[in-house]
Ligand binder design. Structure first.
Ligand code: NAD
Length: 497
């Protein structure tokens, strides 16, 4: 069956409204290039925001643990539709079956996290310098949250944001990638099922805006949207950040990565090979946390590259729906052109292609993942090419390796493979990795939802998901209460009238 026909059958089962079909926005499966048909672009972004503002007035009055109940129901509906939604992720984003299922599991995990969080939106009590006064800090709902998401995590990123936003008292407006509108419509249908089981939920609590960059720009520029959470390329993040800053709004940015692994002489190479394979070629190199730079001690580089070459030569590439496939398609032809161009530049900059770098002849866009040995961290290595290219560089001094890891514009994820406590702890120290994520003896990709996720520098500085990331979705309020019969001023100021 074509990917498009299979997608249509699942969307029918999930109850995606027929009204969604027949518009002007094309859809296309990267698996075989088939199309399920164009979808309707959301005609009136202004009305969407107005509905969201209305929903906010009602939703902020609902107690947080009760808001958590809606997210609990969403978790139940996601569990019930896990296979279907995961399949749509596979069909529209080209992820292998196990990764599609993993992405929906991540949505379920964040639901569970957010339900617990709905009873833990803690504030502080503070000592006041004035007699008969007390001070506290509370966290209040913020308002409509705009979620702009990328194609490569077409549903998990919405869930990271939406689950926290909803328990924090904020309605959500979702502008998914124009490359994956169908997964968004499928998710919305599942959310609507949860909503139907929840009494008195306001209209417009979570809405999807189907559209391209212009729709994202229109939403991001609107002052009725206090927080814009944007996931995608650094180019997009720069544009959104400036738009939102111009109206003094808040943005939470999750942008491109250029993630490295430092391999030291004491590393367990067998384990490193497995970690490298998953991190560098999983999702066909289209994860923000994909391993792109392998920084290896010169004494183990040849042995490690030889083992990797062997592993790469037998990678099962093909239809991600088939059991055994590990590498699916690239999202589109433009992505493959970026892959070809980067390899050409790498060779021009002194690189030597060890393995891969070719197109695979079949419907859809498939390539063989590449390993390239580079003489230095040249311009092409500093740039995030969103495709499976692993650059290998060598070092002889551990301090230099850490400096190399940090010497790129991006700062998302990083890791070290070592059996030395000294090296591991240095990598995690203040003068170690400068990334938002730093791992020891684990690859840079595949984070759990319990930690705060995000990175520094060109990655945008945002943190989503676990830990105290929820604070970005709320308004901090400092409150001072006077329970005395006097009115002393702070700092001893006298002002008697
Ligand atoms: P993209 O930047 O092309 O598009 C992302 C989203 O931004 C889409 O919904 C798009 O319509 C929208 N958009 C683009 N320009 C806009 C503008 N000026 N104003 C408002 N919205 C705009 O990214 P992509 O190709 O879909 O995804 C790949 C990129 O995303 C990679 O760079 C990857 O590293 C990054 N990414 C980062 C994370 C993270 O958490 N750090 C996660 C996933 C993907």
């Amino acid at each position: 069956m074509t990917a498009a026909n299979e997608t249509k059958a699942i969307l029918d089962r999930l109850g995606v409204a027929p009204a969604a079909w027949g518009g002007a926005m094309p859809t296309r499966s990267p698996i075989d290039g088939s199309t399920a048909g164009p979808v309707v672009e959301t005609p009136n972004v202004d009305a969407v925001i107005a509905r969201s503002v209305e929903a906010f007035h009602a939703w902020k009055r609902v107690p947080a643990p009760r808001r958590g109940e809606l997210v609990r129901l969403l978790g139940e509906e996601l569990r019930a539709s896990k296979e279907d939604l995961a399949r749509v992720v596979t069909l529209e984003a080209g992820k292998i079956v196990s990764e599609g299922l993993g992405e929906v599991q991540e949505m379920i995990d964040i639901c569970d996290f957010a339900v617990g969080l709905s009873r833990q939106l803690y504030g502080l009590t503070l000592a006041s310098e004035r007699p008969g006064h007390h001070m506290r800090e509370t966290w209040q709902p913020l308002g409509p949250v705009l979620v702009i998401s990328a194609f490569n995590f077409p549903v998990a990123v919405w869930a990271w944001n939406a689950c926290l936003a909803l328990v924090c008292g904020d309605p959500v407006i979702w502008k998914p990638s124009e490359k994956t509108p169908l997964t968004a419509l499928a998710t919305q249908a599942i959310f609507d099922r949860a909503l139907a089981r929840f009494e008195d939920a306001p209209e417009g609590l979570s809405q999807v805006v189907i559209g391209g960059r212009e729709a994202g720009e229109a939403l991001a520029s609107d002052p009725r949207v206090p927080l814009v959470s944007a996931t995608g390329s650094t180019r997009m993040g720069r544009a959104v950040a400036q738009t939102v800053a111009a109206r003094l709004g808040r943005s939470l940015l999750e942008l491109g990565g250029n993630n490295a692994m430092v391999v030291t002489p004491s590393a367990d190479l067998e384990m490193a090979v497995r970690a490298i394979a998953f991190s560098a070629v999983g999702t066909a190199g289209q994860r923000c946390t994909t391993l792109r730079r392998l920084l290896v001690h010169e004494s183990v580089a040849d042995a490690l590259v030889a083992r990797l070459k062997k592993a790469y030569e037998t990678l099962p590439i093909g239809d991600p729906r088939e059991a055994g496939t590990l590498i699916g398609p690239l999202i589109d032809e433009a992505s493959a052109q970026g892959f070809d161009a980067a390899l050409k530049q790498a060779v021009e900059q002194g690189g030597e292609i060890v393995v891969g770098g070719a197109r695979v002849e079949r419907d859809g866009v498939y390539v063989t993942p590449a390993i390239v040995r580079m003489p230095a961290q040249t311009a092409v290595v500093e740039h995030e090419t969103f495709a499976p290219i692993l650059y290998v560089l060598t070092w002889s001094d551990f301090d230099d390796a850490v400096a190399m890891q940090n010497a790129v514009p991006q700062g998302l994820s990083s890791c070290v493979f070592t059996d030395s406590v000294r090296e591991a702890e240095q990598f995690l120290s203040a003068w170690g990795s400068d990334c938002g994520i730093a791992n020891v003896n684990i690859g840079p990709s595949g984070a759990e939802i319990g930690g705060a996720f995000g990175g520094e520098k060109d990655t945008g500085g945002g943190r989503e998901s676990g830990s105290d990331a929820w604070k970005a979705y709320m308004r901090r309020q400092t409150q001072t209460v006077n329970f005395s019969r006097n009115l002393p001023l702070a700092q001893g100021v006298k002002f008697d009238v």
